[in-house]
Design a protein around this ligand. Structure first.
Ligand SMILES: *Cc1c(COP(=O)(O)O)cnc(C)c1O
Length: 378
């Protein structure tokens, strides 16, 4: 059986985790947390980063930082994970869904301006599969209308838009280290702050609304409750695991990209024959091989393909159920149609992609895929 995903171990995780445990400092913000944050700030040039318990929590922190409240509207794609929406809903805001683009499952940036109202406070961007959307244009739109740009970069660590890391375009950005991502610690996230006015308050909100961090640095003589915050700091044990992964990021990325490129090359004939559509790569981007997906012509073909692959020992997966059709939000969304988002919900499929896949595995998956699409349908 070739599974859809298998978390990779670099080999140093146990050593660092044991070291964290033996240090006796197992709460958050210990030496491993600091080392991870320093890694991100140095490698990507982010002004400030804070490790969080998840990407969802990093987006929640972002929602708190920009003071999202009842009556506000946030423009987000419908074809995304619930974590792009929940943080704003929890603060009483309304999410306004934008359709995916015809070229890619990411949001159609050209539709965003038509959805801006006097109540719009922010735009949240997602880069599907780690392939950057036109984030520069989104930032221009946000600036023109005086809106915040939040980047749900959960899948986009080490992706670049015209040589700039994708996480650097938002006022605030969020990464995920969930088991399913390229770099993982099981559950974890990162808040990236590019707008310096948020740095101090983020530290307070993340630490239950207290100025405990200032106290630890010796800046204040006791610490107090100074704002409405929550508990978003992961244990240093998780940060230790994460650091072991980060130290191997180039090796991990190289392997994932090699698998991705091999899939693309070997399946390209199916695209030429118009049997499937492979991922669209905009000019000037560098993606991170988070996902290898393609688009089938119909829901029926995709279902048959998933069944065929499963019968042959390969686990392939469809992806998001659109949020605008969700049981939770469809009444509030109303009947504005988002045909492209529906299309990706029905026709997109993802192939296995993980560091420890062998060349044989990749060939098995492509051969079966070619066989399925090249077999005449009766
Ligand atoms: C994985 C993912 C998340 C959630 O990340 P967590 O760290 O599990 O909270 C949010 N948004 C997108 C687009 C994701 O892919």
């Amino acid at each position: 059986m070739i599974p859809f995903n298998k978390p990779h171990l670099t080999g140093k995780e146990t050593e660092y985790v044991n070291d964290a445990i033996n240090s006796g400092k197992i709460a958050g913000d210990g030496k491993y947390t600091k080392a991870c944050e320093a890694f991100f700030e140095k490698r990507y040039g982010f002004a400030k980063t804070y490790l969080t318990t998840s990407c969802t929590h990093a987006i929640e922190l972002a929602a708190l930082l920009i003071d999202i409240k009842t009556g506000d509207e946030v423009i987000i794609p419908s074809y995304t994970f619930v974590s792009s929406a929940n943080p704003f809903i929890l603060r009483g805001a309304k999410v306004v869904f934008v359709d995916s683009s015809a070229k890619s499952p990411s949001m159609d940036v050209d539709l965003v301006e038509s959805l801006i109202t006097p109540f719009t406070k922010a735009i949240l961007a997602v880069h599907y599969g780690g392939i950057p959307c036109d984030i520069k244009k989104l930032r221009t739109i946000a600036d023109k209308h005086n809106l915040f740009l939040i980047v749900d970069a959960a899948q986009t660590l080490d992706s670049y838009y015209h040589d700039k890391p994708v996480g650097s375009f938002g006022h605030l950005s969020a990464f995920s280290f969930h088991e399913t991502k390229n770099i993982t610690c099981g559950e974890g996230g990162l808040l990236v702050i590019n707008d310096e006015r948020f740095i101090e308050r983020a530290e307070i909100l993340r630490e239950k609304g207290t100025n405990r961090s200032s106290f630890i640095r010796g800046k204040v003589s006791r610490y107090n409750w100074v704002d409405a915050g929550s508990s978003y700091i992961p244990s240093d044990i998780l940060a230790a695991y994460l650091l072991a992964q980060l130290e191997c990021i180039d090796e991990i990325q190289q392997r994932r990209l090699a698998i991705w490129k091999k899939y693309y090359l070997l399946l390209n004939t199916l695209q030429t024959q118009k049997k499937i559509k492979l991922p669209y790569l905009p000019e000037g981007i560098k993606h991170n091989a988070h996902t290898f997906y393609f688009i089938c012509d119909s829901l029926q073909i995709r279902q048959n393909f998933i069944t065929f692959m499963s019968q042959n020992g390969v686990q392939v997966q469809f992806h998001y159920m659109c949020l605008h059709n969700s049981p939770f939000y469809k009444d509030q969304h109303g009947d504005r149609e988002l045909p492209m988002a529906d299309h990706y919900q029905n026709c997109l499929v993802r192939l296995p992609l993980f560091y420890d896949m062998t060349e044989d595995d990749v060939e098995t998956v492509t051969k079966l895929t070619l066989r399925f699409f090249n077999t005449p349908k009766t």
